[in-house]
Ligand binder design. Sequence first.
Ligand SMILES: C[S@@+](CC[C@H](N)C(=O)[O-])C[C@H]1O[C@@H](n2cnc3c(N)ncnc32)[C@H](O)[C@@H]1O
Length: 214
Amino acid sequence: MIPTPDLSHLNSKDFRNIYEPAEDTFLLLDALEQDQDELRALHPSICLELGSGSGCVTTFLGSLLKPSLAYMVTTDINPHAAIATMATGRKNGISIDTVETSLVQGLLPRMRHSIDVLCFNPPYAVTPSSEIAGNGIEVSWAGGIDGREVIDATLPFVKELLSEKGIFYLLLVSDNKPDEVVRLLQEDGFNAHICLQRLAGREKQLIVKVTRRT
Ligand SMILES: C[S@@+](CC[C@H](N)C(=O)[O-])C[C@H]1O[C@@H](n2cnc3c(N)ncnc32)[C@H](O)[C@@H]1O
């Protein structure tokens, strides 16, 4: 069992500025752990997490892949997240490069078709569209119409980013119409299926796993 990253360097004051790991974060960790043999066998060179928040997910993935020397890189639009992610990596012995940017701005075309493991626990809550603008704590959850606006903005980048052997793990909730997201990814030529799901209170959370068709 891979231990949940030590986050003891972050306190309630930090979690006023960055997303505190919750059931959604842990579902993503469980999906990675479920696939640990496949992920190790992949020998990933570059792992990218979008919206890393505290850095819990990428730190966990880095620990899972140890002693592999995969390059771990994250983005987040919230400047506090970059600092927290690096600190979480350091605390747990995982080296992480962080980029303060929206989605993958600045990473393409340099990282075109080079991401072996891509993860995103996006802002998925249904909110007014106006709430997705900004870079504070509120963009941790604000997903606009159907909670899909940031998710839909991300989908076109998946085919740009994933390497031939790449795997993408995307967290969704039922409000996001996950079957439609799966269909959109399949129409884009990917294998996409729900690999894990769980109820968190009344909310159904699930992980979509995406790979290139061979
Ligand atoms: C639900 S939180 C997940 C945080 C962390 N990955 C976790 O699982 O605990 C969503 C994260 O996405 C970030 N985010 C929101 N919009 C973004 C955007 N356009 N580009 C990059 N990151 C974004 C938020 O700042 C937040 O850190």
